[in-house]
Design a protein around this ligand. Structure first.
Ligand code: MN
Length: 207
């Protein structure tokens, strides 16, 4: 099996009160696990594709055989997105601050940290149904905010309005917040900022 479910880098309860332990448990062990299992199933017998990294699969989604493209798009996207999501969060007070380079890019491309929060909240709230709100680094090194439906992500060139390197993605599927917040997606998005792992986001910007 090429892909596996990752361990969390913190306890399931470590992100409370922003994200409750039961949500973390179900989100990883049920939802993320299903993406991993279904991705592996889709790649069975696909020797040309089963050895690729998850980033390569997402980046080449348009070339994946049509018979499995939908499954790889949904489940491969789901795997990449959740791998990133667990790592760009950290217990409150431990996530550090944006690096000088990332802070400068945010200032240049977006304006201020308050504007970044407002734009990501807006992207998340306007995403009808399920999807993600993203801060991405474009090919020219600048940053911008965008969103995608379902488990699509900015690596999926040709499928998304703004391709780039995902620096930060906020999961706005109901499974990410419904147990604690029910329909109050805006409250979830506001509380999420307490658990950002800026050290990880800055590393992604620098990479
Ligand atoms: Mn999710």
């Amino acid at each position: 099996m090429p892909f596996t479910l990752p361990e969390l880098p913190y306890a399931e309860s470590a992100l409370e009160p922003s994200i409750d332990a039961q949500t973390m448990n179900i989100h990883r062990l049920k939802h993320h696990k299903a993406y991993v299992d279904n991705l592996n199933k889709a790649l069975e017998g696909q020797a040309d594709w089963a050895g690729k990294s998850i980033e390569q699969l997402c980046g080449a989604i348009g070339s994946v055989p049509e018979a499995i493209r939908g499954a790889v798009r949904n489940n491969g996207g789901g795997h990449f997105n959740h791998l990133m999501f667990w790592r760009i969060m950290a217990p409150k007070g431990t996530g550090g601050a944006p690096s000088a380079a990332l802070a400068a890019a945010i200032a240049n491309g977006i304006g201020s940290m308050d504007e970044l929060k407002a734009k990501l909240a807006d992207a998340g709230l306007k995403r009808f149904g399920s999807g993600w709100a993203w801060l991405i680094k474009k090919a020219d090194g600048s940053v911008c905010v965008t969103s995608t439906p379902n488990q699509d992500n900015p690596l999926m060139i040709g499928l998304v309005d703004a391709p780039g390197t995902p620096l930060m993605g906020i999961d706005v599927w109901e499974h990410a917040y419904y147990l604690k917040y029910q329909n109050r997606r805006a409250d979830y998005l506001a509380a999420w900022w307490d658990v950002v792992n800026w050290n990880e986001v800055s590393a992604r910007f620098g990479a």
